[in-house]
Design a protein around this ligand. Sequence first.
Ligand SMILES: O=P(O)(O)OC[C@H]1O[C@H](O[C@H]2O[C@H](CO)[C@@H](O)[C@H](O)[C@H]2O)[C@H](O)[C@@H](O)[C@@H]1O
Length: 247
Amino acid sequence: MRAVPADLTAALAALATRRPLLVASDYDGVLSPLVGDPSAALPSPGIAEVLARLAAREGVVVALVSGRGVADLQAVSGFTGPYRWVGSHGAEFDGPLTGALAARRDALAQRLAPLVATVPGARLEVKPASVAVHVRQVADRPAAAALLEQVCGQADPSLTMKPGKEVLELAVTDADKGSALRRLRDELGVAAALYLGDDLTDEDAFRALPPGDVTVKVGEGETAARYRVTDPAAVVAVLDTLAGALA
Ligand SMILES: O=P(O)(O)OC[C@H]1O[C@H](O[C@H]2O[C@H](CO)[C@@H](O)[C@H](O)[C@H]2O)[C@H](O)[C@@H](O)[C@@H]1O
């Protein structure tokens, strides 16, 4: 298993003394390595086990906070623990959204589908509260950039744009992971929280958490997180270190 940086190990040890404790994480790029096909994004080896160990500790709540819809996250991860599920970048709590926003989302998907179909490798994903345009598998990189620019140009101002890794999402709600983390913290009345994320949408969560919490950026790029690890393989070690400290 990877070594965890010394400063982060110390922060995790301090976190382990606090209860109730929220252990929250993004999924893609953190608990699962990024892959070309979103439906093939399996958890890293050892992740399911360490999440289960953490959730079994007295006073610890594990939350999965993803840009995916909750149903999609549950299906792709295969996780079945007693977790809190937050999907659609904070728009869905524990279950699917009601149908109120679906008509807007479907109209948007219908409008974007012909445009996305003109770029080989591009993929349109219709999600509970958004439509995502994926370009990871577009070999012609200038065409990928041009497509995302055109999608931006077509978006009306009431939509929330969520750029991510090789993806641009247009959301029909303004929820974000920061508001989701604040809501979880309040509902659970936690003393402290850990949050791990890798993408731009995770920055909202990093910024929302108070200084005593532990925020961990996975991978490169500017961040508001206080700690950093290199990749999803290192995340297993971080969670294992916390589980060890809690034991
Ligand atoms: O908030 P997350 O749990 O990180 O979800 C963010 C998006 O993840 C998925 O897309 C990303 O992962 C794919 C699989 O590794 C990859 O192909 C894609 O390029 C990445 O952007 C998911 O498909 C999106 O719906 C999520 O919003």
